[in-house]
Every structure is written in C-alpha cells, then in structure tokens.
Design a protein around this ligand. Structure first.
Ligand code: MG
Length: 254
C-alpha cells in the first residue's frame, strides 16, 4: 500500500510541470464581446464574468490631475494629459459609456471579488507628472482596500522605480522589453511583462526570469496559434490577451 502511495506521489510530482497553466489577463478588459469596449466598466464586468485571473487597464491623469482609464494618449484630437477632466467627461466610449475615472474603475473592482486589477500606469511627459500619476494611483488603490490584489505594470523605468519606492510589497512588472531578467531583478521589482516578440528574440528569458524568482507575463497574444504556443511555453505565468474566452477554451482542452 505504502509503495503504491509513493508511486502515486512521484507520478503527481513528475506531472506537476505539465499541469501548471498560465493565468489569463484580459487586455484592456474583455472588450471583444457584445456591449463592451476597451477599458470600459463593462469590459471589467465581462472579465469577471469569465472568471479570469486579471483585467488589465490603462491610466492617465488629466491636466487638472484627475486619473482616468483610457488607452490612447490622444482622444479626438485632445491629449488627455493636457486636457481638463470637464472637457473629457461627456465624451462617449464606443459602447456608449462615459470615460471612467480611476475611482469608478477601482470601486467596481472592490465590489467584484477575486479578479485582480492589472494596473498600467501610462508614461506621461515629465518625471513630475509620472510621479504624480503613480502617487495618486497607489493612494486610491489603498483607499479602496485593493492593495493586496493589485499588480502594477509600466513601460517607464521611472514609474517602476517610484512604485517600488512607495509600494514595495506590490507586484510590479516592467513592460518595455529592453532589460534582461537580471537587470529587472536588480531594479528590485517583481516581474517582466514583455511583448511576445521579445520572447521570440530571447528564447531563454522566460526561464531565466523564473530562475531569478520573477513573474513572467506576455502581451498581447491573440488567436488560436499564438495562444497555444505561449500556453505551452515553460516559464510563462500569465498571458495577456484580447481573446481571453479563446484562451480559456484552449486551457480547458489541455
Ligand atoms: Mg495597457
């Protein structure tokens, strides 16, 4: 009996790497579905309904310091960081919603158990603005009790450094793809979140990052073929995709 148990345990341990599956992050929320739009409150709701690990979104501050959830730097000819919130607040997203403030977005996360905010801080024009958007973001995350659930991501090294300084226990991942896993480790942050091309150019980086204890996320992986490829790649912890429903189906079949 004992021998059978040990054999079973050994088999379980051996098969563990095969069972490890990447977690799904919806890129700008789950927006490729009826009634949704990128970075809308609906896209977050749809991510939660799919039971995903995380829902990614992008944050700017307006000229008068209001943090808002939107991807592009410029909307209908207005540069978000140079425009007052009152000049943006009546504009509609493609699904008819108004531009969400960060406060509204985080409030919806707070009301929605389990799903993690994958919080991208966009790169603003100056270090001063980058520090301002980072500080106000962390403050709101704390006020809404989301500190333990929030993963931060940023293309700006400076934003990553400020995050590391003011919220050192948070998960923080660097997006730009121009630093090796070793260099990211030396910054003191917890992960890399790189474009899929970076992993094609540096086939060892996912494994190297894992060996250094970094978390590994890849963006933006869409379509059956690429999703299947990254779902199988050793060292990938998270996949950020515009097709979270497709990835869910692929992982179910594995
Ligand atoms: Mg983003």
């Amino acid at each position: 009996m004992k021998r059978i148990f040990l054999l079973f345990m050994a088999a379980s341990l051996l098969s563990l790497p095969l069972l490890a599956q990447p977690k799904i992050v919806a890129h700008r929320g789950f927006w490729r579905t009826a009634g949704s739009a990128q970075n809308s409150l609906t896209s977050l709701q749809k991510s939660a309904e799919l039971g995903l690990y995380g829902s990614e979104f992008d944050v700017w501050i307006t000229a008068d310091g209001v943090p808002v959830v939107f991807h592009d730097a410029v909307w209908d000819g207005m540069r978000i960081e140079d425009t007052k919130f009152t000049d943006l607040m009546n504009k509609r997203l493609p699904n008819g919603e108004f531009l969400p403030t960060l406060q509204q977005y985080l409030q919806l996360f707070a009301k929605t158990p389990y799903i993690r905010p994958i919080f991208e801080i966009k790169t603003h024009k100056t270090d001063e603005r980058n520090r301002a958007v980072t500080e106000i973001s962390v403050k709101l995350v704390r006020e809404l009790g989301l500190e333990d659930r929030t993963d931060y991501i940023a293309f700006s090294k400076y934003v990553c450094q400020v995050l590391h300084e003011i919220t050192p226990n948070s998960r923080i991942a660097y997006l730009s793809g121009d630093l090796s896993p070793q260099q990211v480790k030396e910054m003191g942050i917890s992960g890399i979140d790189y474009n899929q091309k970076v992993f094609d150019q540096h086939p060892n980086w996912a494994k190297q990052a894992k060996a250094l204890g970094l978390e590994v996320n890849v963006w933006t992986v869409d379509g059956e073929e690429d999703l299947t490829k990254f779902a199988k790649m050793p060292g990938i912890d998270l996949i950020t995709t515009n097709d979270p429903d497709k990835l869910k189906e692929i992982l179910k079949k594995k």
